[in-house]
Design a protein around this ligand. Structure first.
Ligand SMILES: [Zn+2]
Length: 318
């Protein structure tokens, strides 16, 4: 009798396994988070108190979710009369919280527009404070992010710029996923100032949906161009939208099967040594560099929400 029961239970167990197979395994997707234009994209129009509040919120979310990040600094944004010390403190919050800082030039200078010499000068000018703060945290300045992702309008300039960066001890921080969060952030910050909560919610909805679509596009482009999905590097910016909502974006990314890694870990992916001869007046992501280098210009990028474009135009008065 006992044996019959045992067999019955065993049969039921097998049937259950057949009826509910294990869920398909998620791909092991990895992404490093980088946050540009620190202390904030629109730091000039923010008070040090606002910058402090925004930064502490942003860093608290990253820490709660155990997400590493590198922040890229424009030291020019620190020089506001009476607020220099307070603004330096904002940068120091990043290091005190265990994050890393890199150089993004002093004035956010485009290599393609300013030319090599002025761009090099702006990199040197952008170093002293972050170097000092990093040294106080027993770290060395090692990462550089090109403003506007402008890496050179011709190959000779591009290679000379890379040689300059390497002589100064920098690793270039590429970008593979760029959802133009700064463009959503401009509209969000204006709505926030006016207390327009309906518009704020709408911007957040569009920002999340666009990033989801951009990740899907980059994953497909990765498979087409690289042959697999490399460790991605996401470009975000210091702003109120990220301060208030980066947690929702991180959840969305996690739902796509990603885990969060350091920039150093991402750069160990062999994809970042692929041939790259991209030159152009417009900066763009490294996935697009690789695609264009292979003679396969990318297609099917998700459309940026036209509502946001219209709002941005209206805000700028054109
Ligand atoms: Zn920037």
């Amino acid at each position: 009798m006992k044996l019959r029961w045992l067999i019955a239970i065993l049969v039921l167990f097998i049937l259950k396994q057949l009826a509910w197979p294990a869920p398909p395994t998620q791909p092991d997707r990895q992404v490093a988070i980088t946050i540009d234009d620190l202390p904030a994209g629109s730091a000039e129009s923010m008070t040090a108190a606002t910058l402090t509040e925004m930064t502490s919120k942003l860093l608290a979310t990253l820490r709660q979710q155990n997400v590493p990040a590198v922040g890229f600094v424009n030291e020019g944004k620190l020089y506001k009369a009476g607020e220099v010390d307070a603004r330096i403190k904002v940068l120091n919050m990043w290091l005190d919280s265990g994050f890393e800082l890199g150089n993004h030039t002093f004035h956010h200078t485009s290599l393609n527009r300013a030319g090599l010499e002025a761009w090099e000068d702006d990199i040197v000018q952008g170093e002293p404070i972050i170097k000092l703060l990093l040294a106080q945290h027993k770290m060395k300045l090692r990462y550089f992010r090109h403003p506007y992702l402008d890496t050179g309008a011709d190959l000779q300039t591009r290679r000379e710029a890379e040689a300059f960066l390497s002589r100064r001890g920098y690793s270039v921080a590429p970008v593979t996923v760029d959802g133009w969060d700064w463009n959503f952030a401009g509209v969000y910050e204006d709505a926030r100032k006016r207390g327009d909560t309906a518009l704020m919610q709408e911007v957040v909805r569009l920002y999340l949906a666009h990033h989801d679509a951009m990740f899907a596009y980059c994953e497909q482009l990765s498979r087409d161009v690289v042959g697999y999905e490399p460790r991605q590097i996401l470009l975000l910016h210091g702003n109120q939208l990220e301060g208030d909502h980066i947690g929702e974006l991180l959840n969305l990314i996690r739902q796509r099967g990603y885990r969060f890694i350091t920039l150093e870990e991402a750069l160990a992916d062999p994809a970042y040594s692929l041939p790259d001869t991209y030159v152009g007046v417009e900066g763009t992501s490294w996935l697009e560099h690789w695609a264009i280098t292979k003679g396969k210009p990318p297609q099917g990028a998700p459309q940026f929400p036209p509502q946001i474009v219209e709002r941005t135009k209206a805000l700028r008065g054109y």
